[in-house]
Design a protein around this ligand. Structure first.
Ligand SMILES: Nc1ncnc2c1ncn2[C@@H]1O[C@H](COP(=O)(O)OP(=O)(O)OP(=O)(O)O)[C@@H](O)[C@H]1O
Ligand SMILES: [Mg+2]
Length: 365
């Protein structure tokens, strides 16, 4: 079946060490919806610490997922790909008034903020605001070695990369109304967005309509499962089931599992408090972080958002990955307004949906 009005928007591809999630968005009229999606777990060793080890196998798997999606049909060979969060950097900086070309100034300044040599990174920047004393600029950088590796993967797989994105940018685009072109309200929120993945967790601090900075956090879904497995002397698969069934619910399994998860969550709470302090020290003019949004599969841990709310005393919600979609699906060419595409484990899709929305938002400008 060829979809009527098929999407030309680039396909969003979120590659992690142990999973790949692919999503394409379509827009018909004011209707922005998921046209197609596919997900696969990756075998250990195909990607290690964000480096592609088995390029041909991975390319084959991506081709196969795009040809055989779980939902809908992919209709583009252009892709928007995210770069691994723990290897990239994003930060809001002030560039003082300067008679020289701003691009040249940033080239010199960037090494002060990013722990990489200039000739080993690709970087990009965007002026967020002009201030009396200079410009507020959001800088992002990624190691050349990683970008080149991902470029080669997609070139050899028959796709055209329309954009490489830093993961936090994609996550904000999926979760925050502020990132939609339609957002008119001047009252933007101050958020801490925590993406709890299988291998890594990061926190994005967002205020006044822009990312201020991102930091990595000392937890991961895998780490929690491993801790349950080690403490209870059960295998990893059983520990994974126990984590999902019990979470932080003290009523389940006499609280044995929740106590183990609680220890890891205490480290997370301590780190969030540190990030809050750092934020108030360096970015106090933006005001306090007043809401935490959780995403990534780990945000599904039972009772996690209540626990964080109690311990931190701020509002905590699981982020809505469908926030900037209108949800209607096109079936056999005609909009069918009641059917909303729901993905399994929705909070884990923030990155892929944000990447797929990029084309829609840029196109609307
Ligand atoms: N209901 C649940 N309760 C607890 N944890 C869950 C639940 N569902 C999924 N998870 C955990 O979510 C994690 C996977 O999340 P996600 O899909 O966001 O990771 P990823 O994007 O593949 O990895 P990463 O971003 O770290 O590279 C796994 O550790 C899994 O155990
Ligand atoms: Mg992830």
């Amino acid at each position: 079946m060829i979809l009527h009005n098929s999407s030309n928007f680039p396909i969003g591809i979120d590659i992690s060490d142990l999973s790949i999630k692919i999503c394409q968005i379509n827009k018909i009229g004011n209707n922005v919806f998921i046209q197609a999606s596919a997900k696969s777990n990756l075998p250990k060793g195909m990607i290690e610490d964000s480096r592609i080890v088995k390029k041909e196998e991975l390319g084959e798997l991506i081709r196969d997922l795009v040809s055989n999606p779980k939902i809908g049909k992919f209709t583009s060979t252009d892709v928007a790909v995210c770069l691994p969060e723990n290897k990239t950097f994003v930060k809001l900086i002030t560039i003082e008034k300067n008679p020289n070309d701003i691009a040249e100034v940033i080239k010199i300044e960037i090494e002060k903020y990013i722990p990489m040599a200039i000739d080993e990174m690709y970087f990009d920047w965007q002026i967020i605001k002009t201030l009396p004393q200079g410009q507020l600029v959001l800088i992002g950088a990624a190691p050349k070695a990683i970008v080149d590796e991902y470029s080669q993967l997609f070139d050899s797989t028959g796709f055209t990369v329309s954009a490489f994105e830093i993961e936090s940018t994609a996550i904000c685009r999926a979760l925050l109304k502020e990132e939609s072109n339609k957002f008119k309200d001047n009252e933007t929120g101050n958020y801490g967005i925590i993406d709890i993945g299988e291998k890594q967790t990061s926190m994005i601090v967002y205020a006044a309509g822009t990312i201020l900075f991102t930091v990595s956090m000392p937890v991961s879904g895998e780490m929690i499962t491993q801790k349950i497995s080690d403490t209870l002397q059960i295998d990893f698969a059983q520990a994974e089931k126990a984590k999902i069934l019990c979470g932080l619910d003290k009523e389940k399994a006499s609280g044995v599992v929740s106590d183990i998860i609680d220890e890891v969550i205490s480290d997370l709470v301590a780190r969030i408090e540190d990030v809050n302090k750092f934020h108030m020290y360096h970015y106090s003019e933006y005001g306090k972080i007043n809401k935490l949004l959780l995403c990534g599969g780990g945000s599904n841990i039972l009772d996690l958002h209540h626990t964080l709310k109690k311990r931190l005393g701020i509002e905590v919600e699981i982020g809505n990955t469908l926030n900037n979609l209108t949800g209607k699906e096109i079936i056999n060419g005609s909009p069918f307004s009641k059917k909303i595409v729901r993905l399994e484990n929705e909070p884990g899709w923030a990155t892929a949906i944000g990447l797929a929305l990029r084309g829609v938002f840029v196109d609307e400008i």
